[in-house]
Ligand binder design. Structure first.
Ligand code: HEM
Length: 198
């Protein structure tokens, strides 16, 4: 339940923060959404599965939010079942050791995410092929997130409907109250924004 709800809701919270503080990104998304809805393959300009799936920039946008604000850090643990495992230049892990990948450090590594500064929000960086283990927001391997595709669809649907109707605006509490805390997921304590009807 928490895996399917808390994660998507938290991602949407971060997205609201990014949209409020990056008006250029919001304009870009709004134009993309208008374009896609105008050309949607049906007479009512409604969104269907294929239309949502083909909104590639929106995929990059969501991934960039989760690169900068990974929420499932604590979910990424593995226990060693082999007798032991040698990590070159570091030492040997014993059977039973629990290993947690440091998602945050990996997501901000400029060798993996450059040349554009990983501290800046830049969805276009996902245009380039990256190391298969560089993006860990949904985990990796046979136990990665089963809900990833569903989460993308949910988030895209909410974003399209919201941005069609409202402009998301920064207010004086947005930055002041943006404090990240650790619970089941890593999440902002609150995201303060204003909605203005278009
Ligand atoms: C933005 C949204 C989401 C994020 C960032 C996220 C992230 C993650 C992460 C990091 C893991 C651990 C993967 C690993 O250990 O390699 C995971 C596992 C899992 N997620 Fe998600 N998740 C999201 C949405 C969802 C949704 C919507 C569902 C269900 C509808 C879901 C269901 C699960 C389940 C069942 C697992 C456990 C898989 C297993 O152990 O085999 N997640 N998720």
């Amino acid at each position: 339940m928490a895996a399917g709800y808390e994660t998507t809701a938290t991602t949407l919270g971060y997205i609201m923060y990014i949209l409020a503080t990056h008006s250029d990104e919001q304009t870009k998304l709004f134009q993309l959404i208008n374009e896609v809805l105008t050309h949607a393959n049906n007479s009512h300009h409604l969104l269907d599965f294929d239309t949502l799936n083909n909104m590639e920039y929106l995929d990059w946008f969501i991934k960039e939010v989760l690169r900068m604000y990974p929420i499932g850090q604590s979910l990424l643990d593995r226990q060693l079942y082999d007798e032991s495992y040698e990590i070159k230049n570091h030492g040997r892990l014993k059977r039973g050791t629990v290993v947690v990948g440091d998602m945050h450090t990996i997501h901000y590594d400029s060798n993996l995410w450059g040349p554009h500064d990983p501290n800046e929000f830049y969805p276009e960086r996902f245009r380039d092929k990256r190391h298969p283990m560089a993006f860990l927001a949904f985990g990796q391997g046979p136990r990665n997130c089963v809900g990833m595709r569903f989460a993308f669809l949910e988030i895209k649907l909410v974003l399209v409907h919201l941005l069609k109707k409202y402009t998301i605006i920064e207010c004086c509490e947005t930055e002041a109250n943006f404090k990240i805390i650790e619970t089941f997921v890593t999440q902002p304590k609150a995201v303060w924004i204003k909605l203005q009807q278009r």
